[in-house]
Design a protein around this ligand. Structure first.
Ligand SMILES: Cc1cc2nc3c(=O)[nH]c(=O)nc-3n(C[C@H](O)[C@H](O)[C@H](O)COP(=O)(O)OP(=O)(O)OC[C@H]3O[C@@H](n4cnc5c(N)ncnc54)[C@H](O)[C@@H]3O)c2cc1C
Length: 299
């Protein structure tokens, strides 16, 4: 069994930031990732909204964050945490390799977007298919785009895109939206948002490099440079289902990243939060490390 003061689960921006802060404060830190350090940043072709980085790739930003964390002494591990249990005041994490004993755990395992599963969706990811309007909307300024979904996120982001794009076609499989009434009223009042209700997306089409249109199940073809898909987000909490208190699968925290379990903190996309970005994840990580520091000092 390996031992450390603070175990960080997930090496996306939340985890790398938490690990860096904790290690710099003098704690022994293991940060482990089931795949590779970087998390969702590895899928960002171009990021232009991380403060201090005018334009860079998500991969380059990941490398910098990892290098900085390692320079402060973080031990990066490549294993998946499959469950966590309490052992007195300590925690034991069972992983795909060794078990790890820690005084505090920061769960920063992120989330993944639910996919539509239509033809062309995978092929055009990063080439016009997007799951984040704040991230990619500005790349489609003045263009025609499609938004798919009927919940609060889909309608909020359709409104956001309607300010940047020349037209937004909002496609929803049902004839009624799930989103709040106030959002529905705002969407219906927008001249440049067109509704296609009671229809599914059949395919996302393009020339191999960029999205050019979206075809609906009734055969309608919509000219569009991008398809923004908002049909749900899945938190990576399967391994800790009954451990800490959750809301719709996301870990409930207070503003100090404390969960319902003392010494167990959560940071980034995996927690209940109104905004999921690299900068917010990094900020959560720093706060979680600070709270873990306080917890260990009082053990
Ligand atoms: C295509 C795309 C474009 C984006 N563009 C932008 C943008 O332009 N600007 C912006 O600010 N944000 C953007 N985002 C959002 C941003 O990437 C996320 O909000 C951010 O990465 C969340 O960070 P996180 O550390 O909370 O989680 P993640 O980045 O999801 O990292 C979590 C890590 O935990 C690991 N993990 C999961 N479960 C386990 C486990 N059980 N054991 C061990 N490891 C585990 C995963 O492998 C992953 O590496 C984009 C996202 C995507 C997908």
């Amino acid at each position: 069994m390996r031992e450390c003061d603070i175990l960080v689960v997930g090496c996306g921006p939340a985890g790398l930031s938490a690990a860096q802060y904790a290690s710099r404060a003098g704690y022994s830190v293991i940060a482990t990732d089931a795949l590779a350090p970087g998390g969702q940043m590895l899928y960002i072709d171009e990021i232009e909204n991380y403060p201090g980085e005018e334009k860079t790739s998500g991969y380059a930003l990941s490398e910098k964050m990892e290098k900085q964390a390692v320079s402060f002494g973080v031990d990066i591990a490549y294993s998946e945490v499959t469950s966590i249990e309490k052992d007195g005041k300590l925690f034991i994490a069972h992983t795909s390799d060794d078990d790890i004993k820690a005084k505090s755990v920061i769960w920063a395992a992120g989330a993944r977007h639910r996919e539509l599963g239509c033809n062309g969706e995978k092929e055009y990811q990063g080439k016009g298919v997007s799951y984040c309007a704040t991230c990619d909307g500005p790349f489609f300024k003045g263009r025609d785009v499609v938004v798919v979904g009927g919940g609060d996120t889909a309608l909020t982001d359709a409104l956001y895109l309607s300010k940047l794009c020349s037209s937004v076609t909002l496609v929803h499989r049902r004839t009624e939206f799930r989103a709040q009434k106030v959002l529905q009223d705002r969407v219906r009042a927008k001249d440049n948002i067109k509704l296609e209700l009671g229809k599914n997306v059949q395919s996302i089409n393009g020339n191999g490099k960029n999205v050019e249109s979206v075809t609906l199940t009734d055969g309608t073809e919509i000219k569009a440079s991008a398809a923004f898909i908002f049909v749900g987000i899945i938190p990576n909490t399967e391994a800790i289902r009954d451990f800490a208190e959750m809301e719709n699968g996301f870990i409930k925290t207070d503003s100090s990243m404390r969960t319902s379990i003392g010494g167990f903190f959560a940071a980034g996309d995996v927690r209940t939060t109104p905004f999921r970005q690299v900068v917010t994840a990094a900020s959560d990580g720093a706060i979680a490390a600070h709270s873990a520091d306080e917890w260990i000092q009082n053990l």
